[in-house]
Design a protein around this ligand. Sequence first.
Ligand SMILES: Cc1ncc(C[n+]2csc(CCOP(=O)(O)OP(=O)(O)O)c2C)c(N)n1
Length: 366
Amino acid sequence: MTVLDTPAWRPRTDAAPLMPDPEPFRLLGTPEAARLDPALLGELYGQLVRGRRYNRQATALTRQGRLAVYPSSTGQEACEVAAALALGAQDWLFPSYRDTLAVVARGVDPVEALTLLRGDWHTGYDPRATRVAPLSTPLSTQLPHAVGLAHAARVSGDDVVALAMVGDGGTSEGDFHEALNFAAVWHAPVVFLVQNNGFAISVPLAKQTAAPSLAHKAVGYGMPGRLVDGNDVAAVHQVLTEAVARARAGGGPTLVEAITYRVEAHTNADDATRYRTDDEVAAWQAHDPIALLERELAGRGLLDDALRQRAADEAEALAADLRTRMQEEPRLDPAELFAHVYAEPTQQLREQEAMLRAELEAEQQS
Ligand SMILES: Cc1ncc(C[n+]2csc(CCOP(=O)(O)OP(=O)(O)O)c2C)c(N)n1
């Protein structure tokens, strides 16, 4: 018997349940899919079709100069939709820049959701109205925010779960580590959803980490890790719903890794052919989230013309609305850049604001 045998110094023996699924969890096309609620599948289908159309329209808007940049989530719609639908109205979503679809599926106005990407204003929507934090461009900074909010809610006795979304590249950030560590230590009601789409711009996952999977990282923090097929919308929805319920019941955080693929380039400013092959893209297109769900619906006799038509009509209406409203010139006051920075602006900012105002006035007079 040495001091190493005393409880304070012994490793915990309950690590095994934290280990992630040995294979990505799947539902569509498996016998278990038979018990999935047709109404839920119909809702997921409509959301996926609308989401893909939204991505296509937003990308078109970048080509028309109406949008500065758009990080498309085509191919990743299942994660986007499932994340939004797994939450209750009282919960909070913490998205990254790629997660516009989740933000819109949660109820943010589809045009307001693009304000930041148009370069017009900070955020562009009221985060409190739908409980959606700003789309975060700095990688992973949304994660400690999610943990802080969830921890504060728990301390206050509020029934709130935070779901934070991040990419595979974002897991290399210090913020990822700090967020997961604090979430586990504080037992915060948070769900972390890592969309592993294989690349951080052009950097493949193998150059980011030597971990067996990103979900395995959960074990080191002391929270369960789940691995899921990120293109199987029913599976992602179930895994996230279970993790949210667990967090709500006081069970603490969960790390979910969803294996998926971004079919388009990183953004409209990226050329993906420089770092990946057409064959790889084609292989993932053969595992398309909408096609997977359609196959399931068809197998159960649920994919009739009415459902297809309704989904297509709603998607076209969304795209038309986006096209129309994004053509309107936004009325912006450039001097607002200086508002909401400090409660008391610094001398330097006051001088810069005066310079800008003088320039704007001179322009108006010329
Ligand atoms: C703190 C920080 N460092 C670097 C960048 C530049 N950057 C923008 S996107 C990106 C890659 C992120 O990849 P990943 O997390 O896998 O997300 P994905 O774009 O694939 O959704 C990088 C490095 C940034 N936005 N923020």
